[in-house]
Design a protein. Structure first.
Length: 69
């Protein structure tokens, strides 16, 4: 059951145009970072790092209509 919940949470936070594998990696690092943080400011740092990580994920062009020419 836990892997299913984890997968659903990843899908809900992953930008639509980003590959799921990259988002899963970013989210996993975020969970570890958040678990090890001792303060709210450290948790916010983890969240910023996750957002930066997801921003650096390559764009996934599964649909030919959305791919640049």
């Amino acid at each position: 059951m836990l892997p299913f919940i984890f997968a659903v949470s990843i899908v809900n936070v992953c930008p639509v145009d980003k590959p799921l594998e990259c988002c899963v990696t970013c989210q996993a690092h975020y969970f570890v970072c958040k678990d090890r943080s001792d303060s709210l400011s450290e948790e916010l740092g983890c969240l910023r790092q996750k957002n930066k990580c997801q921003g650096e994920c390559p764009v996934d062009y599964d649909d030919e209509e959305t791919a640049p020419e």
